[in-house]
Design a protein around this ligand. Structure first.
Ligand SMILES: *Cc1c(COP(=O)(O)O)cnc(C)c1O
Length: 429
């Protein structure tokens, strides 16, 4: 494949935008080479500026669960745009999306919309602190909750890829209120809770982790976390920015059978436009301004274009819950097919899958947390990434990301992806 125009556009972008991108993982730093500039996309396919076509396994990092340029979403946005794009005043569509989201997700009464997953998690923690009157939070190594200060402590994906797990610019004062535990290790949480008795406002977690590859929570771990939080009066925050409206109508709460106290959303809930949200029972949400004292606001929050995209997307998912099954089946099929190829060629790997989230790790050892995830062979990953790219398959350009399947992918696409892997597998040794 030729990437001439993409490379030229990247050179130009670097003159005016730091690193040429507006979000670091896009820059291909972890895998080398120049990023591909997209011209357009439809369904499961991306078309770049050089005229190359790719089967897309990122789908904008998750939001486009029904494929690119999905007609009902696009039409909803176009119709809305004709009536004005932003008012800074209430609109009916905000309530429509809120009502639908509350009806789909267990254990929430109210939801507040923001513009990104980062904002959702940042606000959820503020709300938890305001509600509980405590300052400290526990997060897990390798979990990503957006780029706000409190979370940039061993933050997974982008932050790990760039070797800055603890970003400069985060003050010591902020960092000291974030305590770090190990995923799938309840004892690591218990000892923090004991050492900081009565000081912890919340524990925030990706209920199925997707930012150190896909990591499945052990049942005893996630249920134990719930019990511990209830016992100690700590709020449990599920960051469902990735899993929400992807694993099931009710997200990970529904699939795992565990209730969170506050839930955050992003990605799918915006249907491809910038939307985040956080939600909880009335008792907690009533602490939020203007009802309560915890301040949180946004000029473009609840933007009508974004709300109508989200409403069209959630309506489709709510009316066709079989999509979640179909997506999980496709992901299982792809995973099995790719695993077979790797096995036949004796490439050491681990396959982690949960619903429509999947990742391959080039290591002999099970990948269950951050520590085991970083043991993957990054040289093999680079060859794998570029090999697949040249075969017309676009995977996340970092070993610490889950792939996001979308329902526009056909079984023929999946077979072609497996075939692409068999074409390059010898190079992975
Ligand atoms: C993507 C992501 C975020 C951040 O969302 P942005 O919209 O990129 O700010 C937060 N948490 C999780 C689990 C995510 O996957």
């Amino acid at each position: 494949m030729i990437y001439k125009r993409s490379s030229a556009l990247f050179a130009e972008a670097q003159r005016f935008i730091p690193g040429g991108v507006n979000s670091p993982v896009r820059a291909f730093k972890a895998v080398g080479g120049d990023p591909i500039f997209v011209k357009e996309a439809k369904g499961a396919y991306l078309y770049d500026e050089d005229g190359n076509k790719f089967i897309d396994y990122i789908a904008s990092w998750g939001p486009l669960i029904l494929g690119h340029a999905y007609e009902p979403v696009i039409n909803a946005v176009i119709e809305k745009a004709k009536k004005g794009t932003s008012f800074g005043m209430p609109t009916e569509v905000e309530t429509q999306l809120a009502q639908l989201a509350v009806s789909m997700v267990p254990n929430i009464d109210k939801i507040r919309f923001v513009n990104s997953g980062t904002e959702a998690c940042m606000s959820a923690v503020r709300l938890a602190r305001g509600f509980s009157g405590k300052d400290k939070i526990i997060k897990f190594a390798g979990c990503y909750h957006g780029h706000s200060d409190s979370f940039l402590i061993q933050a997974g994906s982008g932050a790990v890829t760039f070797g800055s797990p603890n970003s400069p610019g985060v003050t010591k004062g902020t960092a000291k209120d974030t305590l770090l535990a190990m995923y799938n290790n309840l004892e690591s949480v218990q000892s923090l809770v004991v050492a900081n008795k009565g000081e912890i406002a919340a524990i925030i977690i990706e209920p199925v982790a997707g930012n150190m590859g896909c990591i499945i929570p052990q049942e005893s771990f996630i249920k134990g976390l719930r019990e511990l939080c209830t016992q100690e009066g700590i709020l449990l925050i599920f960051d469902e920015v990735m899993t929400g409206f992807r694993l099931a109508r009710g997200g990970a709460q529904e699939v795992l059978g565990v209730d969170a106290d506050i839930v955050t959303f992003g990605k799918v809930i915006g249907g491809g436009l910038p939307v985040g949200a956080f939600a909880a029972k009335d008792e907690i949400m009533s602490y939020l301004a203007p009802d309560g004292p915890v301040y949180q606001a946004g000029t473009l929050s609840g933007n009508p274009l974004a709300m109508s995209a989200g409403l069209a997307m959630l309506t489709e998912l709510n009316n066709n819950p079989d999509i979640f099954r179909s997506l999980a089946d496709k992901t299982e099929y792809l995973g099995k097919g790719m695993a077979k190829v790797l096995q036949e060629h004796n490439v050491p790997f681990q396959k982690n899958r949960f619903g429509s989230m999947i990742s391959f790790h080039f290591t002999d050892e099970p990948v269950v947390d951050f520590e085991s995830s970083v043991k993957g062979n990054n040289d093999t990953f680079k060859k794998y990434f570029h090999g697949m790219l040249n075969q017309g398959v676009y995977l996340p350009p970092s070993a610490f990301e889950s792939y996001f399947l979308n329902d526009a992918l056909s079984y023929e696409d999946l077979d072609n992806t497996i075939k692409a892997l068999s074409n390059i597998v010898e190079d992975l040794k």
